[in-house]
Write a protein that binds this ligand. Sequence first.
Ligand code: ATP
Ligand code: MN
Length: 478
Amino acid sequence: MFNKRTRIKELLQAGQAVNEVTVMGWVRSFRNNQFIALNDGSTNHNIQVVAELGLLDDATIKRITTGASLKVIGAVVESLGKGQKLEIKAKTVEILGDSDGEKYPLQPKKHSLEFLREIAHLRMRTNTFGAVFRVRHSLAFATHKFFNDKGFVYLHTPIISASDAEGAGEMFRVTTLPLNDAPKNDDGSINFKEDFFGKSTNLTVSGQLEGELGAMAFSDVYTFGPTFRAENSNTTRHLAEFWMIEPEVAFNDLEDNMNLAESYMKYLIQYVMDNNREDIDFLDQRLAEEEKQLPQDKRNELGLIEKLNFVLENAFERITYTEAISILLESNHYKKKKFKYDVAWGIDLQSEHERYLVEKHFKKPVIVTGYPKQIKAFYMRQNDDGKTVAAMDILAPGIGEIVGGSQREERLHLLEERMKEMHIPADEMSWYLDTRRFGTVPHAGFGLGFERMVQFVAGMTNIRDVIAFARTPGNCEF
Ligand code: ATP
Ligand code: MN
């Protein structure tokens, strides 16, 4: 009866002696042929299993190695040893699966994150990744709870898409045509009419356009799904496959949109503080230790928990793009030519600019609005100045852009004009334009990069360490 087992987390939380329990898990360490630290992933805390001398024969003792899986039946008793309140006095220890201690890559010592990335299939069994992925789970759950409680409808938008108008990034092609013998048109180009869908298709870069269709029916929708970008950017913030949450709300303007995004982010942080405190405490200490390795000027002023509390307690700074450019131009950093990329009205803010604004100038999350229309997508609502659009990006300390959103252009003629200027074929986008033809309303939405949020909350520097199996240029293991 395997399902009779008690989770180690529940056992430790209950904090009481019990006559008999069954626990199952993996050996983290084994000392003095008696003390087994057993972990089942429900918490970073192990339960100490004491196998009194004489209980197990030598052959069994030899098989209790790091990584081996055990079923233990015993009594929960108060521990006499230091370091734990309770322990299990074993009555039986059954080995479910052996693990060759010599070959098992996870030794009871500190491994670098880089090394653990190479063994991502096993790294979830470490304390760091145990904490990260339980926090990630909670953030996903809290996302659904937040939007559900607000009456939003969760819309599943397609993964395979034929629209190439989003312009959010390079796309992965989806095809069943033979690579070396693709059917050709008379002009030598590939004839996608013979492809699986009868047209050229790709993996989606965003569910927004379909989200807008949903918002025009349900008023409030959100998507939460995988998105794909074949951008060759080897950074600590970019993945080729990542998850995005995209709310889209009819009757919202830009300010409503900012309010929604800010309250959503704060809700996520609060949820994890309330429900994952043990893991957050662990990650807080982990980060503090990591920072000790850094030179003084590279360290964060706030620890992880201090940072999260600070974000909860303070309103995000709201500035316009034009103000952001002035701040950058007036900064000593700029005057001392410390930015790699030049600053002028009209530029796309580079990561170094975003980080200066949030980390050096404001020292808190910043919402930047009113970007030049040239650097933003066709669907963003044009402002009366003729130069800017009702866009908003949220920039977070240590991460940079975490949210990108806008009020959408609901006026058909202006949208069509903009599409023409940007050479977006209106006939292929007729379905999208129908929302503006039949009962158009002001509406707004945003996309939050889920992994960037996990990074922010878990205090992890590299985005590859907050998704179970990262897909990045040149890397598709596991
Ligand atoms: P960036 O400038 O950082 O590349 P973007 O402007 O391309 O971001 P959007 O197209 O606005 O981003 O996407 C919405 C959100 O999705 C971003 O704010 C970010 O949180 C996240 N995001 C975008 N690209 C990636 C990626 N390659 N990997 C992980 N998250 C991403
Ligand atoms: Mn990008």
